[in-house]
Design a protein around this ligand. Sequence first.
Ligand code: SAT
Ligand code: MN
Length: 610
Amino acid sequence: PPGEPPLFAYPNGIMDAPTGSPAKAADDLKSWVAAVAARTRPSHVHWCDGSDAEYRRLTEAMVADGTLIPLHERKQPGSYLHRSDPSDVARLEDRTFICSENEADAGPLNNWKSPAEMKAILDPLFEGCMRGRTMYVVPYVMGPPGGDAAKVGVEITDSPYVAANMRIMTRMGRVALEELARKGHFTKGLHSTGDLSKENRYIAHFPDEDLIMSFSSNYGGNALLGKKCHALRLASVQARNEGWLAEHMLIVGVTNPQGETTYIAGAFPSACGKTNLAMLVPPVADRAQGWSVETVGDDIAWLRFGEDGRLWAVNPEHGFFGVAPGTSEETNRNALASCRANTLFTNVALKPDRTVWWEGLEPAPPECIDWLGQPWTPDSDHPAAHPNSRFTAPAGQCPSISDRWEDPQGVPIDAIVFGGRRSRVMPLAFEAFDWEHGTYLGATMSSEKTAAAEGTVGELRFDPMAMRPFCGYHIADYWRHWLEMGRKGNAGGGDKMPKVFHVNWFRRGEDGRFLWPGFGDNMRVLEWIVDRVQGAGDAVETPLGYRPTREELHMDDLGVSAEDEEALFAVNRDDWRAECDQRDAWFDLCGDRLPPELRQQNDALRERLG
Ligand code: SAT
Ligand code: MN
């Protein structure tokens, strides 16, 4: 309005492009920011430059208003605790929408509303929603800047907590505007804390406009829009259109005693141990032999063909958003070291000495403050940390981080591992016969639900390629894209494709006990995978695929009995026939959009079962 000071000024020079022709992108950005400000009416607009000074001001302001609690200066320097609204602790799949023009393009696994219908709901919610708040403009790059893989996004948010998390999880600020000048395009993300009510909570994706709108949640996957919303849901659509893959995968490098490093990408559903596998510390004996593991990423991989026709992967993120409970010196010492400083903790417990605690970290303290801000003792009837409490930590702080984690070309992937959480039926490990069979293994992955999403923990559900909550288009088209990537004559394909494996660390015996020790001992399975990729490594053919031998996994050293080994690898034919029937019903969801190869793979498995 006349007489009022201008709503914002552009930071000095930030729109001056170093190279390329950024004019249109810069204009798009300015007019979009102006339009959003006009609609949401913030009292200030702040363009994030990503500097240390800015981060300090952000966190200081949040300490002042109680949003953050500073932790012990020496024991946990630069770190803070945040307690979320008690109803805002996980992704909300019910309120997550893919708003493609055509309902059929969203597929059977996504909620859908037309763009017009969704905007008719959201536009009034965003109207004036930032009154009295600061609007942060958060430019970010996903992927190492300067590389072909890198993509730019801009998140507008009225949450300083979200802006601070984005500073850790992405390359944020000036670097992103420089990348925008090179790329000339950005993904738009509009987020508001709203009133945090569940009725008004929406996480909406508009693939045709490359736009995300998220309202009334500040939780990670719902609010840090660079992560699942951009780097998976919208990127998966772009990847299909452009001939690459955006996947819910960790990336890890395993070096053998000969000094050869094999890079492995692994898809596991949320809270099934991706961060632990990505940061695995090999057992002493394996290290003595010369085995080592390095971390490239723990959650998302973007894979594209390199000039050599192989698949190369980058980690688009810059930080870890890891599950805290269960993380300890024994289970994942690299994760603990990653979050020793400069970390934002959400919904963990606070000890009297102003350090954090969660179940599984170390023995329970005699007293602490739980994630709800209430006094807690070991006699309390609920966990002190929320089961989905998280740490947001800079990836560069991880002791096992790879020298190549920021390589713009990425790393060449020689194996893809699929895994779920299955107490029964699914063996410890096996190798697919070929890419098509591997695609079938990914398409039929299933897993018991975890606390990472709202819903019933433990319920078994199909989670294809661990992408069920994250695929931004029709799942059958996604599978078709996977099959097509493997066809020879592409930029790659054929025998250049990674070998595919399936693992399950979570199988239990009749007595309910885990049959496999897991954690560091998963190294034995990684070593077998590396040996297979390198053309060595024994395997035995089973109806499911090739399984490792007892010797390959050093089961004697591990003290896994012959009975337990048998139970770990048992293929119970009745169970598996039932599994095949369920897979047929699962594929039926896709009608005639299903690639016929997948049905044929299921029939072939049935035949091998006899
Ligand atoms: O989606 S989050 O980023 O919050 C974590 C997950 O569920 O994988
Ligand atoms: Mn994840």
